[in-house]
Design a binder for this molecule. Structure first.
Ligand code: F0G
Length: 448
């Protein structure tokens, strides 16, 4: 590691060398950072990036990262690469493609706070990203690694947002994206993005978990680089939404960070970011993570109830298609992060997700269904006394409101049915009204 000072500033030559380490402590196998692997070749467990003898001076870097916000350079403008000292690229950024991801706002939402039983509630809205979801934070990093390794073809299986993001970033980088999606099971906005961004798009007649197994075989056979969240570089990029959040709060951690859980990659990334920020001395307190799953796709919640054997959900169901995952690959990492942060895992019903989503909409903020699981979860956790009214809570909205317009229209017009075919009540419904082209009729109507 090299510290080089230039007057009062530490310039950009700090290098924290990184390696890939098996997440299973008993194994602990280590590999060079440029090895194109996702699981430990010895024991099969997922890999994690670790910095070797890492040390960062918090005061200096807090200042430098803040100063970079006024810079016009591509790396500094990115809300991911601005924090590049925490990313494993050994100070080499030639392979980076940025669409100016990150830079997502913290938004106060008094109505949502009241609904959730809190005095205050802040949303970190990752749906403000270039392709409308938090996946962009991780994808810029994953695609940079693909380019660094000289890989041309990249692939992922996705419930929609990963594919939209991968299609955009890999096309922007001149790579060849192949997207695998569960046939008929992803929101139209997301499918449209994959097509528009030029990904070869394969709709497989199977669910997410089955397709992931298939894609892993194909990747091995055809030498395709995989960009699912089993890829440790995706996790590294996703860490930065937490770093940015702390920077935006002048490094005051909240009491809670609430997020939806599907494949649990984001939970792993958030926990890793918090551990690193604590270990490097950037924050003194660990926020608690609260992971919220949809009732019909809640294998991690069920596991946390018993702590017995991890059982997948063979036929996961939820209208929040982004988190319709029954066999989350990152659960061992997520378990570690929940333990380290003294976190909790909750599950919420389809009705609860739909209502919470409409409330977030009425705040003028809006999000896609999976994201609304956060507010539904907060309401449940405050009711149960796990979260208290005066707690400082940040809920992460993972996707943009326009990702799934079909869901919105059905909800507001009272046509939304849960996966069992039961009608969801439009408790916060807002029906469009058809009127004649007549000024008097409309005046009378609006005056009523
Ligand atoms: N919210 C949204 C909007 C998502 O798209 C996802 C995951 C999650 C939450 C859950 O995050 O998997 O890290 O626990 N979407 C993936 C995809 C699986 O393929 O787009 P997770």
């Amino acid at each position: 590691m090299i510290f080089e000072t230039n007057g009062a500033h530490i310039v950009d030559t700090l290098i924290m060398l990184a390696e890939l380490v098996c997440f299973e402590q008993k194994c602990g196998a280590r590999f060079p950072i440029t090895e194109p692997i996702y699981n430990c070749p010895s024991c099969g467990v997922l890999l994690e990036v670790r910095f070797i003898n890492g040390r960062l001076d918090p005061q200096q870097w807090k200042k430098t990262w803040r100063e970079r916000r006024t810079s016009n350079s591509m790396l500094d403008q990115s809300g991911v690469w601005r924090y590049r000292e925490l990313l494993p690229f050994d100070n080499h950024y030639d392979s980076v493609t940025s669409l100016r991801e990150g830079n997502t706002p913290l938004l106060n939402a008094p109505r949502a706070a009241e609904y959730g039983g809190l005095d205050h509630l802040t949303f970190k809205h990752q749906g403000f990203n270039p392709t409308g979801s938090f996946k962009d934070n991780g994808m810029t990093c994953g695609v940079a690694q693909a380019a660094r390794l000289g890989r041309k073809r990249v692939a992922c299986v996705s419930t929609g947002n990963t594919s939209a993001s991968m299609a955009a970033y890999s096309s922007a980088a001149g790579l060849d994206p192949i997207v695998f999606i569960p046939h008929g099971e992803i929101a139209y906005g997301k499918l449209a993005q994959a097509l528009e961004y030029g990904a070869r798009t394969l709709q497989v007649q199977a669910n997410f978990d089955e397709i992931l197994a298939l894609v892993r075989l194909l990747a091995d056979r055809l030498g395709i680089y995989l960009l699912n969240s089993i890829n440790p570089f995706r996790i590294e990029g996703q860490k930065t939404s937490i770093v940015e959040m702390m920077d935006q709060r002048d490094w005051n951690p909240p009491d809670w960070i609430v997020l939806p859980g599907g494949n649990l990659g984001n939970t792993s990334a958030f926990g890793k970011a918090l551990r690193e920020l604590r270990d490097f001395g950037f924050i003194q307190k660990m926020p608690r993570l609260a992971v919220i799953q949809a009732e019909g796709s809640a294998p991690f919640y069920e596991y946390m109830q018993t702590r017995g054997e991890f059982r997948s959900t063979p036929n996961p169901r939820t209208l929040a298609t982004a988190i319709r995952i029954g066999d989350p690959v990152s659960w061992p990492k997520a378990l570690n992060e929940i333990t380290v942060t003294n976190g909790v895992v909750e599950k919420v019903s389809e009705q609860e997700i739909a209502d919470a989503k409409a409330v977030i909409g009425r705040c003028g903020i809006g999000c896609e269904p999976a994201s609304a699981a956060t507010l539904a979860g907060i309401r449940k956790l405050t009711n149960a006394g796990v979260m208290r009214a005066h707690d400082d809570v940040i809920a992460v909205l993972t996707g943009n409101v326009l990702k799934d317009p079909d869901y919105i229209y059905r909800y507001h017009t009272g046509q939304l049915k849960d996966p069992e075919g039961k009608l969801i009540q439009a408790r916060y419904g807002n029906q469009p009204v058809t009127v004649p082209n007549d000024v008097d009729t409309i005046t009378r109507m609006l005056e009523e």
